[in-house]
Ligand binder design. Structure first.
Ligand code: FCB
Length: 442
C-alpha cells in the first residue's frame, strides 16, 4: 500500500475540509532553560515514572529547530498546524508575561501565517507550571482562575494571528491519569481526587471561553476531548451496566457538562468524598457555547461486570499498535454518530488520530505500511460518519513527528515524520508521503 484514498464523492476531498498535523509543547520543544518548570519536569525526575527514564529537556529540540520544522510542515502541504503553548514558557510566577517566551511563539505563528498555514492553538496540553502544583494544582480551584488570567494575556498577545483556540487538551488525561491513578504528572493517586480535579479543569475551560469570547471573538474557540468508546464483553445485563458506567465515568463526564450543564447520572452513585466541589454558577460557566469540538480518537475499550468494582476492563484483543491499543476503526464512526445524536454538537474537528508503530529506518526510508493502513481505515471511518450526517470539518494527524510520548518516553513513535534523536534528523515516513499526496490531490 502506498496511497491514502477516499471515495471520489467524499466531502473530505473538498478544499474546505481542513487537513493538519498536531504536536504539543512538552513533547517536542526542549529548550527547558528558557522556561519555568512544569509538572512533567518533576514527574520525569521521579524514579520509575517514565518507561525509558527520559525527560523533555531536549525532546525534538523544536525550540532551536522550529524554522526547519515549519518548512517541514509546509512541505507536507497541510492546511493547518495544531500546536500547544507552554504556560510556564510564556508566564512568570508573578502573573506577568515572559516576553521572550511570547516572542518564541510569535515567531513560529508569524512563520506559519507567512506560509498560509492556519494556526490552531491549544492553550493547555498538560504542562502545568510547577509553582501552581505546589499550591494544589488542579485540586485547587484557584488554578482555574490562574488559567483564565494566562489565557487573557496570551490571547491579547497573539491577537489577529491565530485561527482557532482550544482551551484544554483531554481533561480526562489531566484529571484521571494525573490525579486519580497517577500514571501521568503530577502522579497523585486517589479516587477522591479524580472528579475534583476534573471539575476545576472544566471550570478553567468555561472561564477561558468567556475570556476568548471577549478578547478574540473572530477565532474559532472550543475544547479538545478524547474518547475511548466502551463496548460490553457480552450482552448480559451486568456487563451492559458495567459498560455504561465506564462510559459515563471516562467519556461522558467531560462532554455532558459542556452541552447539558450537568454531570452524568452516575454522579449520584459516587460516595460524597469522591464528588466534585461544585459551587453555585459553575455549571453555567462550564456550559458556555463553543464554536467547535475537537475529538481525539485512538482506540476502544471492552468492559465486563466486576463483583467489587462495578466494571473491569478486558485486555485489548488484536490487532494492536505498538503501544498496545486495539485497532478498531468501527468504534470511531460509531463514536462520532453517537455523540452527534446525544448532543447539539458544533462543527467537529478530529484534532488527533494516529498510531504508534515499531518503525525502523533503512537507508533513509521508513516503510510504515502498518501506520499507513491505520490512517486509511480511520479516514474511512471519518468519511462514514460524515455520510451519516455528522458535521466534521477537519482532521489532524497525531503526530507531525515522533516525540516524547509521556509515560512511555521516546519508546513509542507516533510521527508521520521519523526523528533520529541522536542527530535530530527528520525523515518523512511512507505514511507522511501518502498523507501529503492525499492532501495535494484534492
Ligand atoms: C493523546 C495526547 C497526545 C499524544 C497521544 C498519543 O492522549 O493528547 O499528546 O500523546 O495521546
Amino acid at each position: 500500500m502506498t496511497k491514502l484514498q477516499l471515495p471520489s464523492n467524499s466531502k473530505m476531498l473538498d478544499k474546505s475540509f481542513t487537513y493538519g498535523v498536531a504536536t504539543a509543547s512538552f513533547q517536542i520543544e526542549g529548550g527547558k532553560e528558557h522556561r519555568l518548570d512544569c509538572i512533567w519536569d518533576t514527574f520525569c525526575n521521579t524514579d520509575g515514572k517514565i518507561a525509558d527514564s527520559s525527560n523533555g529537556e531536549v525532546a525534538c529540540d523544536h525550540y532551536n529547530l522550529w524554522q526547519d520544522d515549519v518548512a517541514l510542515i509546509d512541505s507536507l502541504g497541510v492546511d493547518a498546524y495544531r500546536l500547544s503553548i507552554s504556560w510556564p514558557r510564556v508566564m512568570l510566577q508573578d502573573g506577568t508575561l515572559n516576553q521572550d517566551g511570547v516572542d518564541y511563539y510569535l515567531n513560529i505563528i508569524n512563520a506559519l501565517n507567512d506560509r498560509n498555514i492556519k494556526v490552531y492553538v491549544t492553550l493547555y496540553h498538560w504542562d502545568l507550571p510547577q509553582y501552581l502544583e505546589d499550591t494544589g494544582g488542579w485540586l485547587n480551584r484557584q488554578t482555574a482562575y490562574a488559567f483564565a488570567h494566562y489565557v487573557d494575556l496570551i490571547s491579547k498577545a497573539f491577537k489577529g494571528k491565530v485561527h482557532s483556540y482550544a482551551t484544554l487538551n483531554e481533561p480526562f488525561c489531566s484529571s484521571y491519569l494525573g490525579y486519580e491513578i497517577g500514571v501521568h504528572a503530577p502522579g497523585i493517586v486517589g479516587k477522591e481526587y479524580g472528579r475534583k480535579s476534573a471539575h476545576h479543569l472544566l471550570l478553567a475551560h468555561g472561564l477561558a471561553m468567556q475570556v476568548l469570547k471577549e478578547n478574540t471573538p473572530e477565532t474559532m474557540n472550543g475544547i479538545v476531548l478524547n474518547f475511548t468508546p466502551c463496548y460490553p464483553a457480552s450482552n448480559s445485563e451486568a456487563d451492559l451496566y458495567a459498560t455504561d458506567f465506564a462510559d459515563q465515568y471516562f467519556n461522558q463526564w467531560y462532554i455532558k457538562p459542556i452541552f447539558d450543564k450537568c454531570y452524568p447520572d452516575i454522579i449520584k452513585d459516587l460516595p460524597t468524598e469522591h464528588q466534585p466541589d461544585i459551587q453555585s454558577g459553575d455549571m453555567e460557566i462550564i456550559a458556555q457555547s463553543i464554536d467547535f469540538l475537537g475529538i481525539n480518537f485512538y482506540t476502544r475499550a471492552i468492559y465486563k461486570a466486576h463483583p467489587d468494582d462495578i466494571y473491569e476492563q478486558l485486555p485489548a484483543p488484536a490487532p494492536l499498535t505498538d503501544i498496545g491499543w486495539e485497532i478498531y476503526p468501527k468504534a470511531f464512526s460509531e463514536l462520532l454518530v453517537s455523540l452527534d445524536s446525544k448532543y447539539q454538537l458544533p462543527p467537529v474537528y478530529i484534532t488527533e488520530n494516529g498510531a504508534a508503530m515499531d518503525d525502523s529506518i533503512d537507508q533513509g526510508v521508513v516503510n510504515d505500511d502498518d501506520r499507513l493502513s491505520y490512517y486509511q481505515q480511520h479516514l474511512n471511518a471519518v468519511n462514514d460518519a460524515i455520510e451519516q450526517g455528522v458535521d466534521i470539518q477537519g482532521y489532524f494527524a497525531w503526530s507531525l513527528m515522533d516525540n516524547f510520548e509521556w509515560a512511555e518516553g521516546y519508546l513509542k513513535r507516533f510521527g508521520i515524520v521519523y526523528v533520529d534523536y541522536e542527530t535530530q534528523k527528520r525523515t518523512i515516513k511512507k505514511s507522511g508521503l501518502a498523507y501529503k499526496e492525499l492532501i495535494s490531490n484534492r
